[in-house]
Design a protein around this ligand. Structure first.
Ligand SMILES: Nc1ncnc2c1ncn2[C@@H]1O[C@H](COP(=O)(O)OP(=O)(O)OP(=O)(O)O)[C@@H](O)[C@H]1O
Ligand SMILES: [Mg+2]
Length: 198
């Protein structure tokens, strides 16, 4: 794991250095780890954030959303809404889960209800966001998922648009993942700390 473009913001002389991150690369060794990353985030989101997920079939987008939903306290099972395009879940806030795999052109996007305040609320997460990345209102978190092995995935997290809160969240996630990795050779796959959230 490494921070790709870290920035240290010094707030006046002798004050503590606050670390922020615009982008961050995390390697996941198994589905459980990816879900744990999602859950970590789900425990910390305030309720009005948008997450754009990109990456090939089977790269783990839904797996990450399942963790996110669990961190938000959603009890029902979460699956890719490929056919219905969108599903909504109630946790401590509403989670709106889009899957744009079947959207082909702007007319499809216009007719699906995306961006309609009556349809959208709470945390919005979009699978196959690469279809219409420019249509997503900034700031948002963009998570690019890459298949690096049978059970391994690389997740590139970046903030699109300016958001001090999202920068800070990425820096905190980086710090948390570091502590998980330092727990020993068995960690994090067999690590109880993965389940201890937040
Ligand atoms: N490190 C990992 N992270 C996430 N998933 C993993 C990992 N290793 C293996 N997997 C497996 O890869 C599959 C990922 O499926 P998932 O439905 O989350 O992908 P997806 O990106 O949402 O695909 P689709 O584009 O079809 O919706 C699952 O079967 C999961 O168990
Ligand atoms: Mg999916």
């Amino acid at each position: 794991m490494s921070i790709a473009h870290p920035a240290a913001v010094r707030k006046g002389p002798r004050r503590s250095v606050r670390r922020t991150a615009h982008s961050l690369v995390l390697d996941s060794k198994c589905a459980r780890e990816t879900r744990a990353l999602g859950r970590w985030l789900g425990c910390r989101l305030e309720g009005n954030e948008t997450l754009a997920l990109t990456g090939p079939l089977g790269s783990g987008k839904t797996c990450l959303v399942q963790g996110l939903a669990s961190g938000l306290g959603v009890r029902e099972p979460v699956n890719s809404p490929s056919f219905v395009l969108m599903k909504r879940y109630q946790g401590r806030t509403i989670l709106t889960h889009w899957d744009w795999y079947r959207l082909n052109d702007q007319a499809d996007l216009d007719s699906c209800g995306f961006g309609d305040p009556q349809v959208e609320s709470g945390i919005v997460v979009i699978e196959w966001a690469e279809r219409f990345l420019d249509a997503i209102e900034r700031p948002f978190l963009w998570i690019q998922m890459e298949i690096t092995g049978r059970r391994s995935r690389r997740l590139l997290w970046r903030t699109v648009g300016r958001s001090a809160r999202l920068y800070k969240l990425l820096a905190q996630m980086n710090a948390w993942w570091k502590t998980i990795r330092q727990l020993g050779p068995a960690a994090p796959s067999d690590c109880p700390a993965l389940e201890r959230q937040p």
